[in-house]
Design a protein around this ligand. Structure first.
Ligand code: ASP
Length: 434
């Protein structure tokens, strides 16, 4: 492979190769035991799992150091409150728009009408209790920050780190060396991200090969109306709603934006986790799009935790689909409840694979639809999870860019520079002068 190829192209090529190989294995070698044992459950599984662990390993230290730098870089506590409020409202708005679009398109298309329900298509599903809003708010505050760090509880980590950063500012001159230290540590973490990007093509290849060798595309055919409706709304939201918001609120070129977000989208697609993608989203937004660390370090991890447009879309279409299959009329109240529940569900749910399906149980419960209906859509959820995670991550970056633009922390020269932040295919190690 040419060394001239930039990293994103390289990752895309390996991703396509994994997809093709996986699909071929699924079609022709599904029963060959050594292929399953040594390749699918062996090599692909191990390489893919190591890759995801490596990404997750970066999240907590990167967010912590980057956020301390961000808070100290703002230098003004009222600015922080403003950025927080703006991003929160924009996140709520994009999710509400996403789910409304999903409900509208799904009502028009009517997925699931005339669907033949298989006899055994029910399984025991228990819906988790909807968390009370008061509890969600109480849970923002960690009782033990070390436990919050150990569990990777992102909202609690953000809460504690912001207070910590603000207090560094408050001790004035004596805090300077701590800020310096956080800046150095942040640089080191960014360097670790660079190194991980170099192994990413192989990790992405393994994840794709494994998923597609287990996931036959033929599963989609009987579910075409549901799968197609979710995919259609995901595309409409990504290229329509989000890009219109970006164009009008951030006033930037949407094609440049999409090009620069490609790496983060590919990572989100192949890992199905907005959380694991944080390191890539953060570096793309800062180095390629040009958002200042003071905005990006806060809004990106915040969004990865509370903003899930793609997940809300799946939940909206799934609700209409299940209501149609069971012949239950949702009614206006039902629709409004779904919109509200899906917005609430996306707050306080971590961006990890498959969680959207679990939260769907909560939404169904709330509107009185049978939770067993989830069994019908489970088969295609793996693929939809990949697609919706890419939309979730794009939504996070769109809001970050809009907030940065309004705070004047978007460097438009970096944004317009096609080569800004591109990781080349070589790792440059410093020479050992010892
Ligand atoms: N996998 C999604 C994410 O990490 C969440 C979900 O919809 O399951 O953003």
């Amino acid at each position: 492979m040419s060394e001239k190829m930039n990293m994103t192209t390289r990752i895309l090529v390996w991703m396509a190769a994994g997809l093709i190989l996986g699909s071929l294995i699924n079609a022709f070698m599904g029963q060959v035991s050594w292929v399953q044992e040594y390749l699918v459950s062996g090599l692909f599984h191990v390489v893919g799992a190591i890759f995801i662990s490596t990404l997750k390993m970066l999240v907590v230290p990167l967010v912590t150091f980057s956020l301390i730098c961000g808070v100290c870089g703002l230098g003004d506590i009222s600015k922080l409150g403003r950025v927080g409020l703006k991003s929160f409202l924009l996140f709520l708005m994009t999710t509400a728009l996403a789910i409304s679009l999903a409900m509208a398109v799904a009502s028009l298309i009517g997925p699931g009408q005339g669907f033949e329900m298989a006899e055994n298509a029910t399984s025991s599903f228990s819906a988790p209790e909807a968390p009370a809003l008061s509890q969600v708010i109480i849970n923002l505050v960690p009782t033990n920050p070390v436990a919050a760090y150990a569990d990777g509880n992102m909202l609690q980590i953000i809460f504690f780190t912001i207070i910590f950063g603000v207090c560094i500012l408050m001790i004035g001159e004596r805090g300077k060396s701590l800020i310096d230290l956080a800046e150095r540590l942040n640089e080191v973490m960014m360097q670790v991200v660079n190194i991980v990007m170099h192994i990413a093509p192989y990790g992405v290849f393994a994840l794709m090969a494994k998923t597609f060798s287990q996931q036959g595309l033929d599963l989609i055919i009987p579910m075409m109306s549901y799968f197609g409706a979710v995919a259609l709304v995901l595309v409409l939201h990504l290229t329509g709603t989000l890009m219109l918001l970006l164009k009008f609120l951030a006033k930037v070129d949407i094609f440049i934006f999409l090009k620069k977000m490609r790496a983060a989208q590919v990572f989100a697609f192949s890992t199905s986790s907005s959380n694991a993608t944080i390191p890539v989203t953060l570096t793309s937004v800062e180095k390629r799009i040009g958002v200042d660390n003071s905005t990006a370090s806060f809004v990106v991890p915040f969004g990865a935790t509370i903003n899930m447009d793609g997940t809300a879309i799946m939940q909206g279409v799934a609700t209409v689909f299940i209501a149609n299959v069971y012949g239950i009329e949702l009614g206006m109240m039902g629709y409004l409840t779904v919109v509200l529940m899906a917005v609430l569900a996306s707050i306080g749910t971590a961006g990890v694979p498959g969680v959207g399906l679990i939260m769907l149980a909560m939404v169904l419960n709330q509107v009185g639809l049978p939770v067993e209906g989830i069994a019908l859509i489970m088969g295609v959820d793996r693929l939809l999870d990949m697609m919706r995670t890419a939309v979730n991550v794009t939504g996070d970056a769109v809001v970050t860019t809009i907030v940065a633009r309004s705070e004047k922390t978007l460097n438009i020269d970096i944004f317009n520079d096609a080569s800004a932040g591109v990781i080349d295919a070589d790792i440059h190690l410093p020479h050992n002068k010892g």
